[in-house]
Each structure stands twice: as structure tokens, then as C-alpha cells.
Design a protein around this ligand. Structure first.
Ligand SMILES: Nc1ncnc2c1ncn2[C@@H]1O[C@H](COP(=O)(O)OP(=O)(O)OP(=O)(O)O)[C@@H](O)[C@H]1O
Ligand SMILES: [Mg+2]
Length: 316
């Protein structure tokens, strides 16, 4: 018998023995009910009060977050001054996410010049995506030297750097909208011909044209009405639509079948753009002449004449 039932039972015994009247017994029951209800609600409120610290801490994080170094309005003209991408230099860069964390990048040096086609490989967690975040100014330069066209990173506004880069991230998401919206990122004056051309370039146009609503078909990550490989090619089309000089693609083919990988290989090599690709796929990597591998937080350039088989063996 639980405690409330035991109390009621005792009160009933008192009433039956004549110690209290029937009226007092019923009043007792009503007040007992009210009291336990209030008691439960007090406990609930106390619990909610302590739980409040969780969202307050999140809001605190957001309020305390350092703002990005956006180009001030008065200097917006300056942001367009670095017009053409020529060269990015990364020298002796060391980077860690938290003060107490071990460095992810250690004395890393790397260069990208206009027109280069570069592939970066390396074990999971070695720092490949982190390097891309630094190049795209999504993470700050902490130690070392980085320069765009010879202008040191601290003298550049983030806009000046990003306007040259199309960055396809590993965690990029499909937004709730049409296929076309997802390629153009909801651009107001979207170029439909280019959307069709890019969907064809990434090998997705036939799939899209079979849908009743074609490029107007609504998609989203929650509806999950496109396959992982289709999603990846759509994200690639989105990166291409931005029409930036430097394409930084983080694992663009991890969900594709070998034939589709070969198709994307051909596309990337044919582009009149600077391309830097991160991949675990050695068949994609072997289509690039310039290959770097992550070793101990730094980048090591593979020998030019190296065969894909040898690269495979080294990677294992
Ligand atoms: N936002 C973050 N905060 C803290 N640590 C992070 C963050 N992002 C990555 N790391 C850590 O930094 C290291 C490098 O991560 P990164 O994403 O650059 O690896 P990667 O080489 O791209 O791996 P993968 O091949 O699995 O994509 C990992 O140990 C990871 O745990
Ligand atoms: Mg990664």
C-alpha cells in the first residue's frame, strides 16, 4: 500500500471508529488532494527552475560569442579591391579548437595558385576539414601566416577572402525548398538555364526531369525524398552555382557509385577553375596530379609519379 492510500485508510478508520465525523473525513480528503497537488506542482516548478540554467547557458554562449570580422560599411568598397584570386599561402600554421585541446594543425604549410587542381587525403580526424575552414575564414588564424595575393590575413576582411571561395562542407544541408532553390540558395534572380546546366553537369538532370514538378519539386533533409548520392550531387551543383574562382569540396563523392565518381572526376578536371578536393576515395584522388596527405597535423606532398596503388598502400 502506498503512502497516500495508507493515510486515506487511517482517516477512514478514524471515521468508522467515530473519532471524526463523516463531514470532517470528506473535508480531510478534499484538502489532502489539494495539498498533494500543490506539493507536486512546487516540486515541478523547482525542477523547471534548475533546468532553466541549460537554455540560459546557451543564450550566454551566443551573447558572449565573438562577432565576425565583417567589413564595415564604410570600407565595403575595399572588400571588392581584391578582385582576382591569384594565390593563397599558408605558412607554419598551428590551430587548436579549445585552449586546452591538442593542436589539430601543426606548422602546416600549403599553397594554392589560380588554376591548380589539388587533392588532399588523410585519416579521419587528421584536420582536413579544419584546414578548409581556415581557408574559407570560417575559423580564425591563430598562429602562423596566411596571405591572399600576398596580403596577410589580418589585413583582409572576411568578405574579401570568401568572395573567391565556394566551400562545399561535409555537413552541408538541404534546405526546405525546391530543387532549384537549393541550387541557387534562394537567389532572387535565379538563372534557370544555369540550374539546368549544372544539374546536367553533376549528372542529376535526368533524375530531376523524371519528377512531375521537375526543378520545382520540394525537398528537405526532413522529407528525405532524395537519395544520399543525389543530395551530394545537388550540393555540388550549389557550390558550382556560386561561380567562385576557388572550389573547395570536402568529400564530394563519398556517397556515389564508381561510375558517378568517374563522372564527377571528369567534371572537376574539365572546369576552368581552381579546385581543391578533400577525399578518402583513392580513385578520385588518383585523377589529380597534385596530391597532399595529412601527416601529424601537417601536409606532405606526394611524389608526382606515384601510382594510385602505391598511394593506397601508403594510406593503409
Ligand atoms: N568544432 C570543433 N570543435 C572542437 N573540435 C573539433 C571541431 N571540429 C573538429 N574538431 C576536432 O578536430 C580534429 C580534426 O577534425 P576535422 O574535421 O578537421 O577532421 P577531418 O580530417 O576532416 O576528418 P574526416 O575525414 O573524418 O572528415 C578532430 O579530432 C575533431 O575531433
Ligand atoms: Mg572532414
Amino acid at each position: 500500500m502506498d503512502i497516500p492510500t495508507a493515510i486515506t485508510w487511517m482517516a477512514a478508520q478514524l471515521m468508522l471508529s467515530g473519532a471524526v465525523s463523516v463531514g470532517v473525513f470528506y473535508s480531510f480528503l478534499i484538502y489532502k488532494g489539494l495539498m498533494s497537488e500543490r506539493f507536486a506542482s512546487t516540486i515541478n516548478s523547482t525542477f523547471q527552475y534548475f533546468m532553466l540554467s541549460v537554455p540560459v547557458a546557451r543564450v550566454d554562449d551566443i551573447v558572449e560569442a565573438k562577432s565576425e570580422r565583417y567589413t564595415p560599411l564604410v570600407d565595403s568598397q575595399k572588400a571588392t579591391e581584391v578582385r582576382d584570386f591569384r594565390h593563397i599561402e599558408v605558412r607554419d600554421v598551428t590551430f587548436n579548437y579549445g585552449i586546452s585541446d591538442e593542436a589539430v594543425l601543426r606548422n602546416l604549410s600549403f599553397e594554392v595558385s589560380r588554376g591548380d587542381k589539388i587533392v588532399i587525403t588523410g585519416p579521419s580526424g587528421s584536420g582536413k576539414s579544419t584546414l578548409f575552414k581556415l581557408l574559407a575564414a570560417a575559423e580564425p588564424l591563430q598562429h602562423g601566416h596566411m596571405a591572399l595575393n600576398g596580403i596577410a590575413w589580418p589585413n583582409l576582411a572576411v568578405d574579401e577572402i570568401r568572395r573567391h571561395m565556394a566551400h562545399m562542407r561535409q555537413g552541408d544541408i538541404i534546405l526546405h525548398g525546391s530543387i532549384a532553390d537549393n541550387v541557387t540558395l534562394f537567389a532572387g534572380n535565379a538563372d534557370e538555364d544555369r540550374v539546368h546546366k549544372l544539374l546536367a553537369d553533376v549528372g542529376l538532370l535526368d533524375d530531376v526531369m523524371r519528377l512531375p514538378m521537375r526543378t520545382r519539386t520540394m525537398i528537405s533533409d526532413t522529407i528525405a525524398n532524395i537519395s544520399a548520392g543525389q543530395r551530394q550531387r545537388l550540393l555540388l551543383a550549389r557550390a558550382l552555382y556560386q561561380d567562385r574562382e576557388v572550389l573547395m569540396l570536402d568529400e564530394p563523392t563519398s556517397n556515389l557509385d564508381p561510375a558517378s565518381v568517374r563522372h564527377i572526376e571528369g567534371l572537376l578536371q574539365s572546369l576552368n577553375r581552381t579546385v581543391v578536393v578533400i577525399t578518402h576515395d583513392m580513385s578520385l584522388a588518383s585523377s589529380f596530379d597534385v596530391r597532399y596527405r595529412f601527416v601529424d597535423g601537417g601536409l606532405v606532398r606526394d611524389a608526382q609519379a606515384q601510382t594510385p596503388e602505391l598511394a593506397d598502400a601508403i594510406d593503409e
